[in-house]
Every structure is written in C-alpha cells, then in structure tokens.
Design a protein around this ligand. Structure first.
Ligand code: HEM
Length: 444
C-alpha cells in the first residue's frame, strides 16, 4: 500500500520534494496548506509524510483513531536524551503514569502553585528599573524556567536543582531539536559537548534531589516532586526514581519555552494595542488593586485570558507528530502502518473561515458570543484526547498572574530602532529577539 492516493501539496521537486519550499518559509507553507486540502502528502526529500490540516482530520487522529498512532520518529530520537516521561512514553506505561500524575494538576493543587507564581511575578516586576532595556524573550525564558522549577522543588532541599535548571536548561532547550535530528553517526561529535555536559549535570542534580527528598520526612509538602514520590497506582506501586526524574525533566521541557513564548508575544501585542492594554489595566485595577494577584483573582480577569487565548491561537505549538501503528482510514484515505503524520495546529488556528482576517491580533474573537459559534474541537492549542497537555491550566494560571502583576507597574514598549519580532520555528512559533524598554506606569 502506498500514499500516492493522497493529494500531493504543490511545489514538489524531483529528488528534493518540498524541502526548498519549506526551507524558504515553513510557517508560510503551513499557513496556506489548508487551502490545498484536509489531508496532503509532503515530500521531505524522497520521504513522504502526511499532513492533516483540517479540524476533522486532526481530531480523527488525536481523538477518534488515536489508538492507531504513536508519537513517531522525532520522539524516538528525543527519548534517549530526555527519558521516557509522559510526552514520550506510549501504551500502558503512558496510561498508568498519566493517571498517577493527572491529580497533581487538579484545581486544588494549582491553587498551591499560584502562590509561588505570584511571588515570582512580584520578584520579576520588582527587579526592573525605570527606563531599563530588557530582552523580553530572554527574560521570560529564564522566568518561566525559574517559576516551574520553584513549583517542582519548592523545599530547601530543591534549591540546588533550581540553580542547575536555571543554568543548564536554556542550553539543553537551544540544542535539543538539532541534537535529536542529527544523524546517529554525529552522536560523538565535539559540537554536542556543551549540550551533553548540561544534560548530564541536570540529570545528576535532579537525581540527588530525588534521593534527598525520598530520605526526608514527607510532612505535608505539596511541591510536584514530593507529590510524584508519594503517588500510588491501584496496586499500591509508585514511580521509580528513574521514572520520577523522567517526568520532572519532561515537565521542564514541555512547560517552559511554551509559557515564555506566550508571555513574550502577549507583551508585544499589548505594546501595539494600547486600547486593549487599557482594558486590561481597568480590569486588573478593579479586581486586584494594589495587592499581589491570587488564585481567586484569575477567573475574574476574562479580558486578560482572552489576550492569552488570542496569543496562543496565533503563536502556539506549530505542529504535532505521530506515526501510524496499523492501517487506518483518515479523511477517507488509507494510511499504511509506519506512516509519519504531521498535525498542523498552525493551519487549524489560522483558518480564515473560523477566524476572519486570521493573521490579525484580535482578543475579541474570544468573547463568549463568538466562542459559542466555533466548534470546541476546532480550538486545540493544548492538543486533545489522551495526550492533551497536562499543564494547560497551570500555564494559563502562571501567564495570567504574571501579566496582571507586571502591567499595572510597567508599560513595555519596543526599544527605539528595534525591529518587530518575527516568528521563529521550533516546537512553538516563538519570537525572535524582543528588546523593550520598561516605563513606570505611574508616569502615564
Ligand atoms: C503555553 C503553554 C503550553 C502549551 C501551548 C502546551 C502545549 C502542549 C501540547 C500541544 C501538547 C500535546 C502534544 C502532543 O499531542 O503531541 C502538550 C503536551 C504536554 N504538556 Fe504542554 N503546553 C504548555 C505548557 C505546559 C506546562 C506548563 C507543562 C507542565 C508543567 C506541560 C506539560 C506537558 C506534558 C507533560 C505533555 C505530554 C502529555 C501526554 O502526552 O500525556 N505543558 N502540551
């Protein structure tokens, strides 16, 4: 069985396939693919992959026929580097660990983490001075790492891990995709030395914290590490130290660049839309006033949430990857086993029928009357089904608290002469360099 029945996206060149078109501007390709069909074939050199561009085909893969898929090629390369945590594991291991870990992201738990997030946001806003120039993308990257690390290891025992993660994770994140995609024969090349050193150091520090936390009195600690160590399945068995390390590492990978990029884009778009910024300021002033933002405030800040919803529509996770484990019908086409499939969330979230003038930033799209007209399964920034993001509420809590803490104090505006950020593709459409000046809000 072959994939030739599936329509081929335009612009394939013999031998090179769609590589030249993709190399020029991959996001532009993804943005327009839905016009060519709901299921398409792309040739990466001579290797065909299938791309799902419509809500129907994406949902078939993620929900209705999810049992016929596993994560695929990229994850097999990433697994030796970051372990077998939730994002990488498959089958019964994934199901069991997902059930164990899910309660750690229930509302009551997030209320505990919200206090840490609010403290961290206060520290960040307090660290700036009037007129200072900051690289927002860098600042938010470090901030998201430190905040997540502080919720993972909130006890004194965890402090060295927070320090190590702060230093090593940016290096690991920067090189991981390249390291995973490089051919195997390059594994021992000196070019990876910095990556390998950071990965080994972070692993060893996390192992050390796990051992110390296990040996200490659990008491009533609610940091994620303590919860992972005390979780038990229905047979009474818990996670091994290695599994705990893999889950912590996975959360650090999955939860930092994503949140940092969302916050950076939010600050950028607000700087371009002072009228929307004013609406947020009025809302925050009304609900929060001068005190630190709390867990209970967040549901009272719908305009802030709408800004985040719009940011993640425009600049969220670009594509997800899967591989068929058996023959399966998607969009009316037969896919044979071992077909690599790309799910284009980017295409889905910029579909002109659902989002008129789709490239425009417009948080008004998320007003209840508009949301009611859009089928829920068409909005998938956190994925869907059994592999849906476990940290969705966590990250929205963090992003809302952070914006509501920064905005009343500081007005961020692009540094004079700086170029507007563009989207750079990795897992997220994260921004290129974003230098901004912080102006005290009191001078408005
Ligand atoms: C703006 C922030 C975030 C976005 C846009 C995001 C997006 C996503 C998406 C799209 C998936 C599905 C991947 C797939 O189906 O292949 C996912 C999975 C996952 N995310 Fe997030 N994420 C965010 C924040 C977080 C945070 C803060 C954490 C942890 C604290 C986290 C942990 C995970 C984990 C563990 C998975 C794998 C779940 C599984 O397969 O069972 N994410 N995320």
């Amino acid at each position: 069985m072959s994939l030739t029945a599936i329509p081929c996206a335009r612009g394939s060149i013999p031998g090179l396939g769609h590589l030249p078109r993709l190399a020029r501007d991959p996001l532009a390709v993804l943005r327009t693919l839905h016009a060519e069909g709901p299921l398409l074939r792309l040739n990466i050199g001579t290797m065909p992959i299938v791309v799902a561009t419509s809500a129907d085909t994406v949902n078939e893969i993620m929900r209705e026929r999810s049992k016929a898929f596993k994560k695929g090629r990229l994850f097999e390369r990433v697994r030796p580097l970051v372990g077998n945590g939730l994002a990488n594991s498959e089958g019964p291991t994934h199901l069991r660990n997902r059930r164990l870990i899910q309660p750690m992201f229930y509302k009551e738990r997030i209320a505990d983490y919200a206090q840490i997030m609010s403290d961290r946001a206060e520290t960040l806003a307090g660290s700036w001075s009037a007129g200072q120039q900051i690289d927002v993308d860098q600042v938010m990257g470090l901030y998201a790492i430190e905040t997540l690390a502080a919720t993972l290891f909130s006890t004194d025992i965890g402090r060295p891990a927070v320090e190590s993660v702060r230093e090593d994770l940016p290096i690991i994140l920067k090189y991981m995709l390249r390291r995973a995609l490089a051919p195997k024969f390059m594994d021992n090349w000196p070019v990876w030395r910095q990556f390998d050193r950071s990965a080994a150091r972070m692993r060893s520090v996390i192992d050390d914290v796990i051992a110390k936390t296990r040996a200490s009195e659990p008491g009533s600690r609610t940091d994620l590490l303590s919860l992972l160590l005390s979780a038990r399945d229905e047979t009474g068995a818990g996670l091994t130290d290695e599994e705990v390390r893999d889950e912590l590492t996975t959360m650090l990978f999955a939860g930092t660049e994503t949140t940092a990029s969302t916050l950076s884009w939010a600050l950028h778009h607000l700087s371009e839309h002072p009228e929307i910024e004013r609406e947020l300021l009025a809302e925050i002033d009304n609900v929060v006033g001068d005190r630190p933002v709390t867990f209970a405030d967040v549901p009272q800040l719908p305009s802030t949430t709408r800004v985040l919803d719009e940011v993640i529509r425009l600049h969220g996770v670009v594509t997800l990857m899967r591989r068929t484990t058996e023959q399966v019908t998607i969009g009316g086409y037969e896919l044979p086993p071992d077909t690599e499939v790309l799910l284009s969330l980017y295409a889905l979230h910029r579909h002109p029928e659902l989002y008129p003038d789709p490239d425009r930033f417009d948080p008004g799209r998320w007003l209840p009357e508009h949301v009611a007209q859009r089928p829920r399964e068409h909005v998938l920034p956190f994925g869907a089904g059994t592999r849906k993001c476990i940290g969705d509420k966590f990250s929205w809590m963090e992003a809302t608290i952070t914006l509501a803490t920064i905005l009343p104090r500081w007005k961020l505006r692009p540094a004079p002469g700086s170029r507007p950020p563009t989207e750079s593709t990795s897992s997220m459409a994260h921004p290129t360099r974003m230098p901004m000046i912080v102006h005290p809000r009191s001078q408005d």
